[in-house]
Design a protein around this ligand. Structure first.
Ligand code: C2E
Ligand code: CA
Ligand code: CA
Ligand code: CA
Length: 280
């Protein structure tokens, strides 16, 4: 048994061991981060391209690690998924978001929406459904329409009955659905008909290459026309320049988000921005 153990050990290079150990440590830290208030919710404005007003916001998670500083969600969401912590984290994001969106609908805009990311693992978690969310909304008196759930195409690609049931459950509760990162995956237009989707988010990779008469411009225009014919609204992600904004607006794109308007902001800052807009 000792020999076998040694053999098994030899499969791993020291570098892999270090990486694995690192992941383990970070996962443990994440567990205490949830309790220790190291998670912060940032909000990035989503602007109505016709009026320039902020009508929605995407909630984006940040982790202020006591030693490592700010850890990117691209790094810790996968750990949260593999450890199962994603369920608690997603619930925390939801709870924070509905309190804020209630205030923003009261004070700023009765149609204000907050958009929440749901990773495939989170969405498909077994046994879990969105009962807790719908109950919390009812208790606070916040309508489902205040929330948009962002999912990615991959989820629809191999849509099981579990996926369709959960989509229906959200929809029955009034919650809207956005297809995130549109155009990067196996984009099949048939999804858009098959599932009830409210928003398409054009991925940043298209937006950053937008130029008059470019192929990405042609693609974006086609996506916008098609989405509108199917009754969906379009949000462009990663808008960084005035030219990109103007090209998108001319193509009929409904909403945009990106550094041109604002980076994701700590919630207090975002709240100040919104209430200033409402007062003006
Ligand atoms: P995403 O859903 O595609 O979010 C958009 C990302 O683009 C965000 O990165 C945002 O900060 C960034 N971004 C926005 N505007 C611009 C721009 O003009 N230029 C550039 N270069 N980037 C821009 P972030 O905040 O680092 O989040 C990364 C990913 O982590 C998100 O991608 C999402 O998939 C995931 N994520 C973030 N928060 C959550 C969460 O609460 N739950 C889950 N499940 N995933 C989350
Ligand atoms: Ca998103
Ligand atoms: Ca996205
Ligand atoms: Ca993305």
């Amino acid at each position: 048994a000792k020999g076998a153990g040694r053999n098994r050990f030899s499969y791993f290079t020291p570098a892999l061991q270090v990486a694995a150990l690192n992941r383990m440590r970070l996962t443990n830290d994440l567990r205490s981060a949830i309790k220790g208030e190291q998670l912060k919710l940032y909000f990035q404005p989503i602007v109505d391209l016709k009026t320039g007003r902020v009508r929605k916001a995407e909630a984006l998670l940040r982790w202020q690690h006591p030693q490592r500083g700010l850890v990117s969600p691209l790094e810790f969401i996968p750990l949260a998924e593999s450890s199962g912590l994603i369920v608690d984290i997603g619930q925390w994001v939801f709870n924070e978001s509905i309190r804020w969106v209630q205030r923003w609908r009261d004070v700023v805009d009765p149609d204000f929406q907050v958009s929440l990311n749901q990773s495939p693992v989170e969405f498909q978690r077994e046994g879990g459904n969105y009962d807790v969310w719908l109950r919390a909304l009812r208790q606070l008196g916040v309508p489902g329409q205040a929330i948009v759930v962002e999912i990615t195409e991959g989820l629809l690609l191999d849509a099981s009955t579990m996926v369709t049931d959960k989509l229906l459950q959200l929809r029955d509760g009034g919650i809207q659905v956005a297809l995130d990162d549109f155009g990067t995956g196996y984009s099949s237009l048939s999804y858009l008909n098959k599932f009830d989707i409210d928003y398409l988010k054009i991925d940043r990779s298209f937006v950053s290459n937008l130029a008059p008469d470019s192929s990405d411009m042609a693609l974006s225009e086609a996506i916008i026309v098609m989405a509108h014919k199917l009754g969906l609204h379009v949000i462009a992600e990663g808008v960084e320049t005035a030219q990109q904004r103007d090209l998108l607006a001319a193509a009929g794109c409904d909403y945009a988000q990106g550094y041109l308007f604002d980076r994701p902001l700590p919630v207090e800052e975002f709240d100040a921005l919104l209430t200033a807009q409402a007062g003006a």
